[in-house]
Design a protein around this ligand. Structure first.
Ligand code: TGC
Ligand code: FAD
Length: 408
């Protein structure tokens, strides 16, 4: 029996299949038993619990939607529910599984040669190999299409030069899926740990996602075999297709963090006594916050479920997924804030998970496309006008209205 009862205000469970409920409940127990007891310590020590990778693989958490190589081929909804439960434990845990599944196994499975798939998918599924995904660069985050990392063909090799930043699991990874500019546009490459000219080092000092490894990758005349290029990946569209998988998972993951904050606040409000011997839950202002949380979580569940069902039918568009990521991470951010308020002083200590979720969500709000990038993606879908890079002509700049003076 799980200690976390879930959040089901509107008989949401009745919309799930037995397989989907089973996948969720299995991961719920794993998180309760194996993650919750150690996660605050991991967060404090800035450590990903790598020792649990074999157990996670045993539960088929890596590549769960793949139906080959002995993997279970779960529905996208079951996959989403798994992400929800993992992020209820910690965003860093969900990040690890997101990267391994959506950003490493997905591109190798989708764009890889038969040899690449046969070599890597079983190892990544069993946790024997760990992967990372290198798209972002120090100067190009929201705009990866302008990346500077290059790959130049030289005989039977590709030679990579450049740098990637903010790479989840970077120093843990046995294989990095690296996106680089070639004479033929952006292509994807598999770079193995230990390749001469390939370096990785951790980024420290994070006050968010501390139970996740975040790294910089460097490529200096890094020579890899020609066979390490992903043959079916071409153009920026290919890494963006990977992001769709990960963003979809995050739209459920955000709900997991929100649910943990809500559950913690509801329990606390029922027990915390102030004024007159009654629990704070009896106050209307307290109930208002709890009602906001449960309302938005419930709407978020229905949103994620619909996107998942569309995805299972092959009908989900990238802007549907942006709607889910943008909304549900925002819900998590607001729920963390409200739950922290409701816990008073206890809201800032790690006896409760709320402040950790609150800090984690700041990363989740930014990575996989910032909240505002998803605004613009949805804006483009509904207006037909792209406003990522408004056409301001340099010669017109002097004619632009000048900002009004606001300094006193
Ligand atoms: P744009 O010209 O709009 O698009 C280029 C081509 O791609 C197509 N496309 C997509 N295809 C599939 N999925 C999507 N989501 C797509 N979005 C666009 C588009 O139709 C076009 O196709 P074609 O056939 O015409 O070539 O490209 P742009 O340069 O204007 O950029 C678009 C923009 C800004 C939306 C995109 O670059 C973007 O999404 N930026 C945000 C970057 C981002 O999300 N980075 C995430 C890095 S990975 C990460 O954060 C991992 S965190 C992991 C963890 O720990 O969980
Ligand atoms: P910027 O792009 O510089 O954005 C700064 C601000 O400007 C944001 O508020 C943004 O919304 C705004 N902005 C930018 N352009 C516009 C515009 N056109 N209109 C309006 N506003 C705009 N990347 C990977 O490739 N792999 C990973 O595994 C990975 N893991 C990560 C893990 C963590 C913990 C973090 C924090 C990041 C990770 N990232 C990863 C990188 C992440 O995807 C980027 O941080 C993100 O895409 C934003 O890029 P940026 O940080 O360069 O911000």
């Amino acid at each position: 029996m799980s200690r976390f009862p879930g959040v089901d205000f509107l008989e949401f469970d009745s919309l799930l299949t037995e397989e989907e409920r089973l996948a969720r409940d299995t991961v719920r127990r794993f998180v309760d038993d194996r993650i919750c007891p150690i996660i605050e310590e991991c967060f404090e020590e800035e450590r990903f619990p790598i020792e649990l990778v074999p157990e996670m693989a045993e539960l088929d958490l890596f590549g769960a939607t793949i139906g080959e190589y002995g993997l279970p081929g779960l529905s996208n909804v079951a996959y989403g529910l798994i992400m929800q439960e993992l992020e209820r434990g910690d965003s860093g845990l969900r990040s690890f599984v997101s990267v391994q599944s959506a950003l490493v196994m997905y591109p190798i499975y989708t764009f890889g040669s038969a040899e690449q798939r046969d070599r890597w998918i079983p190892k990544l599924a069993s946790g024997e190999a760990i992967g990372c995904f290198g798209l972002t660069e120090p100067d190009f985050g929201s705009n990866p299409g302008a990346m500077r990392t290059t790959a130049r063909r030289d005989g039977d090799s590709w030679v990579l030069n450049g740098a990637k930043q903010w790479i989840t699991s970077g120093t843990l990874a046995d294989v990095a899926v690296v996106w680089a500019r070639t004479d033929d546009g952006i292509r994807g490459f598999l770079v193995e740990k230990g390749t001469p000219g390939f370096t990785s080092r951790d980024q420290h000092g994070k006050l968010s996602l501390r139970a996740s490894v975040t790294s910089e990758l460097g490529f200096q005349d890094c020579r890899i075999p020609a066979a390490n290029m992903l043959p079916k990946a071409s153009g920026l569209k290919s890494p963006l297709m990977c992001l769709n998988q990960a963003r979809y998972g995050i739209s459920w993951g955000g709900l997991g963090a929100a649910m943990d904050c809500y559950h913690t606040a509801l329990t606390y409000a029922g027990q915390r006594i102030q004024f007159g011997g009654e629990p704070i839950a009896c106050h209307q202002l307290v109930q208002d916050k709890l009602v906001w949380m449960v309302s938005e979580i419930t709407k978020g569940q229905l949103l994620a479920l619909q996107i998942g069902r569309l995805k299972d039918e092959g009908r989900a568009k990238h802007f549907h997924i942006s709607l889910g990521k943008r909304n549900n991470v925002w819900v998590a951010r607001e729920c963390a804030k409200l739950a922290r308020e409701l816990l008073g002083g206890n809201g800032i200590v790690n006896d409760y998970p709320v402040i950790r979720h609150m800090m984690n969500i700041e990363s989740v709000y930014t990575y996989e496309g910032t909240h505002d990038m998803h605004n613009l993606i949805i804006g483009e879908a509904i207006t037909g006008i792209s406003s990522f890079n408004p056409p301001i002509k340099s010669e017109a700049k002097t004619d632009r209205p000048q900002p009004v003076e606001t300094a006193s």
